[in-house]
Write a protein that binds this ligand. Structure first.
Ligand code: FAD
Ligand code: MLT
Ligand code: ZN
Length: 475
């Protein structure tokens, strides 16, 4: 099936076998209902599949994969379909089975004393955050798509988000996995141990593997004590060097209890205010650069946020700031931040770079990369923001207002090269948190050392010798 309705061919006997595993509510075999599954969030990719399957147990996933392995049918795992690089969208002419985990959303075990939760891959991230919160715990992964992305997708992309500075990426937040391998075997690695030194740490093979080594069906996640308080401010910052200085200070004066440090430049903020519902400008005067800074569970001996901001003002690092006085004001600031990608999307076509460089290199990188791109295309609009606490910038460019989308995208490779060559010069990463998918495969192969690629290919060949798992993604 494809969005335009053509049906791809698998033998009816095989299709019937697959459908019988999941039952009436577990499959979609008509193009209309499949459309939403066959297009990625950014609308860059539209794929085709033989069947959409929505299993609700690990055994069903295992039995599906066994049939696919037997008939060499490719499998594309899909979670919330919020990925940025087309990793969950099948190829245009594929006969793939699109295997959606959304119905596997049970909380298998919540152990507040062990600070762990064992959950199925189809659990929506926000659901896990809420359940932990109700139990006085914190599951800290937090990103703009948390209302629809799923734990399985978060693991498969090793998602980052706004709290990495304090709690790490998804890779740092998991103790065990259950995975259906490309053979259909079920690997049960659902450990809830913080110490387990028995051989290779196999779970780490699957975290960040983007569905190319197996299907994550459940995970044992780490929970944390719920912070006693949040102090959140939105500051107009005097420049890029001042951003880095302010971050360094914030970490120092708070005993490293900064949970988020987001940088926002004026254009993405303008797009969010222009397109977003009920979003308001936080400060009275416009600035080129802002910081959304959050400290979790401060200590009475810390310098107060007021003092921190006053010193920043006196030292010329900031020109204005507000401190959230209520949970309502705090969440309004976060809603504004989380709307940035949506605002950029509604503004129109953009060429995005999810890059990271050492935090101290951010000012020099930006000062070199912006003119390098605008020299190439004068009227392109830089739209950058991001998790500067992790050195991760969403270094995006919106098309010139007078240029057609198609023409703009003919320049994608050239602009990618300009930016990513500079990322390499600053010893950064071409993909800080979104992974590779389809979109960045060529860049990945270009900028990654051959030995790294060869090792990954050997792992892929060992686990998925017939290449049925999410072909065309990552490698
Ligand atoms: P999908 O998009 O469904 O799939 C992503 C990849 O994982 C695909 O390759 C798919 O094949 C694979 N996959 C999915 N489920 C499984 C499974 N169970 N087993 C094996 N493979 C699987 N990302 C960040 O890291 N940080 C951010 O700050 C951030 N902000 C975002 C804001 C917005 C508004 C949006 C739309 C996206 C944002 N993202 C961000 C990107 C995206 O939300 C993450 O990559 C997320 O982890 C994807 O989860 P998902 O369930 O939607 O996965
Ligand atoms: C974000 O931090 O908002 C996301 O990673 C999405 C994006 O880069 O657009
Ligand atoms: Zn991000």
């Amino acid at each position: 099936m494809s969005p335009d309705g053509t049906v791809s061919s698998l033998p009816d006997t095989t299709l019937d076998q697959l459908k019988s595993i999941v039952g009436e509510n577990g499959f979609i075999d008509n193009a209309t209902d499949a459309t939403a599954y066959l297009t990625d969030w950014r609308g860059q990719y539209r794929g085709t599949c033989a069947l959409v399957l929505r299993p609700n147990t690990t055994e069903q996933v295992s039995n599906i994969v066994k049939i696919c392995a037997e008939h060499k049918i490719t499998v594309v795992p899909q979670g919330g379909n919020t990925g940025m690089n087309g990793g969950a969208t099948p190829a245009v002419d594929s006969n793939a089975v699109l295997l959606c985990l959304g119905r596997m959303n049970k909380i298998r075990k919540l152990d507040t004393l062990n600070y762990t939760a064992t959950v199925e891959a189809g659990c929506i991230l926000q659901t896990i955050q809420d359940i932990a919160d109700e139990e006085g715990r914190l599951f800290p992964l937090s990103l703009g798509a948390e209302g629809s992305c799923q734990i399985g997708g978060n693991l498969a992309t090793n998602a980052g988000g706004v709290s990495v500075l304090r709690y790490g990426n998804m890779r740092d937040l998991v103790l065990g996995l259950e995975v259906v391998l490309p053979s259909g075997e079920i690997w049960n690695g659902l450990r809830s141990l913080r110490k387990d030194n028995t051989g290779y740490d196999l779970k780490h093979l699957f975290i960040g593997s983007e569905g190319t080594l197996g299907i994550i069906t459940a995970a044992t996640l780490k929970l944390f004590p719920k912070p006693k308080s949040y102090q959140t401010c939105f500051a107009a910052i005097n420049g890029l060097d001042e951003v880095v200085e302010l971050l360094a200070r914030a970490r120092q004066v708070s005993g490293d209890r900064v949970s988020s440090f987001e940088m926002i430049t004026r254009p993405p903020l303008d797009f969010a205010l222009k397109h977003g519902p009920n979003l308001t400008e936080p400060l009275s005067e416009p600035s080129d650069i802002y910081g959304l800074i959050e400290i979790a569970s401060s200590d009475p001996t810390d310098e107060s946020l007021e003092q921190f901001l006053e010193r920043g003002f006196e030292d010329g690092l900031i020109t204005d700031a507000i401190i959230a006085q209520s949970e309502g004001q705090r969440s309004a600031l976060w809603k504004l931040r989380e709307y940035l990608p949506e605002g950029e999307k509604e503004e129109g076509a953009s060429i995005k770079h999810d890059i990271s460089v050492p935090v101290s290199s951010i000012p020099a990188f930006v000062r070199k990369a912006i003119p390098a791109v605008t020299d190439y295309m004068a009227k392109i609009r830089p739209v950058y923001f991001g998790h500067v606490g992790d050195g991760n910038l969403h270094f995006n460019f919106a098309k010139p207002t007078d240029m057609a989308d198609d023409e703009f995208f003919t320049h994608k490779d050239a602009i990618n090269h300009i930016v990513l060559d500079l990322v390499a010069e600053f010893e950064g990463s071409i993909s800080a948190e979104h992974g590779i998918g389809q979109l960045k495969r060529d860049s990945f192969l270009h900028y990654t050392p051959n030995l790294d690629i060869n090792l990954m290919r050997q792992l892929k060949a060992a686990l998925d010798p017939h290449g049925i798992m999410n072909p065309g993604k990552l490698l």
